[in-house]
Design a binder for this molecule. Structure first.
Ligand code: UPG
Length: 383
């Protein structure tokens, strides 16, 4: 099966890392078409996944764009739609990984008479997208897609609640390679000292792009309620222009007197190694998380994970058994859970082991890719 994958981003976000994992198993017969150049393309190159940048101008539709802006930008997409339609004739199907890829890929699929699969990695709710963007995404998915793969039940439900057709959706969780998260103690100690962390410190890691809905500010508030030995690593960068939020976080660190307890590490490509350095992983999204790769990654690293109880995150953790859940935007509750882990290392380690055991079984990349391939085969058989 020859697949034309499409993704709008040049950045390495969770959607792009997940797409690379799917595309790698098809690298002999696929092309990843991008609508922007950047680190994602370099990541694909490194993994020998064929790729091309289709447009060099950034497409100017944002999650919050209104009707006039979104529709006018759709007009500017026309040359790109024609380019993708032409390219798609050499492939069996188009696989759109993001919303802008859906718009372009959807219309191109009609012109090229090729089936469209949409991998939906976002919760299509008012908390995340404007009415115009939701309307356009749902209409194009219903009209053009043979299959919508949702990354969680929560993502699927939001799609249906927004008007998406239930009969074209399937839930497929993201997959991971468990062995990539087994890090030896020597290299962990080495990295810990390179980062200037002390042995008596209790390290809470947060791994995500810096964005208000990812809730790094809630972790800082919680940290201020914890003893001094508890410190945090904020791993990730502002990928989509959230510079104002980064400044707010830096100011919050000063206002709360946390200068010696918060380490901003920026974007890193050694996440498993950094997670191994941590005693605890915090996921703090204040809006429903569609899936939450970092939750599973923390579990695979044998680290206790505290996540917020909303969206797909609730499908990943059984609170009190494989990790903990707390109310979004509740710094007091988060601080209480961090303190529990700090004071109860044995109970916490037992939960982390159970989390690792379950995550290795439930979120295995080999299985995920097999399930996706079965779905793609049936799309091709029906087309
Ligand atoms: N990461 C890095 N380096 C960093 C910081 C993060 O590699 O410095 C990785 C992190 O390990 C994780 C990914 O980036 O693998 C971020 O994942 P996640 O927060 O889940 O992704 P989002 O960028 O929010 O992407 C969307 C959804 C998310 C879903 C993902 C894949 O919001 O819920 O898990 O798509 O389907």
């Amino acid at each position: 099966m020859n697949i034309l994958f499409l993704d709008q981003s040049g950045h390495l976000g969770g959607a792009e890392l997940s797409l690379a994992d799917v595309a790698e198993s098809h690298r002999d017969r696929c092309l990843v078409g991008l609508f922007a150049d950047g680190p994602f393309r370099a990541h694909l190159e490194k993994r020998s996944i064929p790729n091309t940048v289709l447009v060099h101008n950034t497409i100017q539709i944002k999650r919050s764009s209104g009707w006039i802006h979104s529709l006018s930008q759709t007009y500017f997409l026309l040359p790109c739609i024609l380019q993708v339609a032409k390219l798609a004739r050499s492939y069996d199907l188009i696989y759109a990984n993001t919303q802008k890829a859906l718009v372009i890929g959807g219309l191109a699929s009609r012109l090229a008479c090729r089936p469209l699969v949409y991998h939906l990695r976002d919760i299509l709710s008012a908390e995340h997208f404007s009415t115009a963007n939701r309307f356009i995404a749902i209409k194009i998915a219903n009209y053009c897609a043979s299959l919508v793969l949702a990354n969680s039940e929560a993502t699927r439900s939001a799609f249906i609640a927004a008007g998406g057709q239930p009969n074209i959706t399937q839930v497929v969780y993201n997959g991971f390679i468990p062995e990539q998260y087994q890090i030896d103690a020597d290299s962990t100690n080495q990295l810990k000292h390179q980062l200037g962390l002390k042995d008596d410190q209790f390290i809470v890691g947060h791994f995500s792009r810096l964005s208000p809905w990812k809730g790094q500010h809630v972790l800082l508030k919680a940290l201020a309620k914890c003893p001094e030995q508890i410190v945090t690593l904020l791993v990730g960068d502002a990928l989509f222009g959230e510079q104002e939020y980064v400044q707010q976080l830096q100011q919050q660190v000063i206002d709360l007197g946390l200068e010696n307890r918060v380490h901003f590490l920026g974007f890193r490509s050694d996440v498993p190694q950094l997670m191994a350095v941590c005693d605890l992983i915090a996921h703090t999204s204040i809006a429903p998380e569609p899936f939450g790769r970092v939750i599973v990654e923390g579990m695979l690293c044998d680290r206790p994970v505290i996540a917020t109880r909303a969206g797909g995150a609730t499908e990943l953790i059984e609170s009190g058994k494989t990790g903990w859940m707390c109310t979004p935007n509740d710094a007091d509750q988060l601080a209480a859970k961090i303190l529990y882990c700090y004071h109860h290392p044995c109970q916490t380690a037992a939960i982390a082991h159970e989390g690792k055991r379950q995550a290795s079984q439930r979120f295995n990349l080999q299985f995920t890719n097999q399930v996706i391939d079965q779905h793609l085969d049936s799309v091709l058989q029906q087309s």
